[in-house]
Write a protein that binds this ligand. Structure first.
Ligand SMILES: [Zn+2]
Length: 173
């Protein structure tokens, strides 16, 4: 006597292992709510309660306010990212090594180093500023393209880092 082969997908009511949106979306919305509450708390502490609605800080804010909070947090995060990238430049990290840390899109005709610089500089043509950890001078960085002796202005004549970079890029000179 043989049992008929068992098919688990003949009905959906008795298959608790089936992936459905229930538990997943609950977890997802728990995370979303936790993020929204954290943003509400952090941004209120930073900007002051008057920027927000009168809703208590521990409540989950409604979607429109969460969007506003998320936008402010995005802008604050991007400022933080730019600051960290500039500090890395001060530590002699090349633009191409900063690129994968930024998560920015790469256009087909763009190289990663240039994409990183463009994002950090927000398209400004007059370069970005950071402090060189080697010579302690404020440096104006015009990005990875162009002549290596001219793309970073402000290093001390004796700066070891600048000497290393300019001679390293143009082997033999
Ligand atoms: Zn220097």
């Amino acid at each position: 006597m043989e049992d008929p082969p068992q098919h688990n997908n003949d009905g959906q009511t008795d298959s608790p292992t089936r992936l459905d949106e229930g538990p997943h979306s609950t977890v997802r919305s728990d995370v979303d709510n936790a993020i929204a509450k954290a943003l509400n708390r952090v941004l209120r502490a930073r900007l002051g309660d008057e920027v927000f609605t009168s809703r208590p800080a521990e409540e989950i804010p409604p979607p429109a306010e969460t969007l506003r909070l998320a936008l402010m947090a995005t802008q604050a995060s991007q400022e933080l990212m730019r600051g960290c990238a500039l500090r890395l430049r001060g530590e002699a990290t090349p633009w191409e090594e900063i690129f994968p840390l930024l998560g920015v899109a790469l256009h087909p005709d763009q190289d990663p180093a240039e994409a990183a610089y463009q994002w950090v500089s927000s398209g400004q043509t007059h370069g970005v500023l950071w402090t060189c950890n080697s010579c302690q001078r404020p440096i104006r960085d015009f990005g990875p393209a162009g002549n290596p002796t001219q793309r970073e202005a402000g290093h001390a004549d004796s700066c070891q880092r600048h000497r290393r970079e300019t001679t390293g890029d143009r082997a033999g000179t």
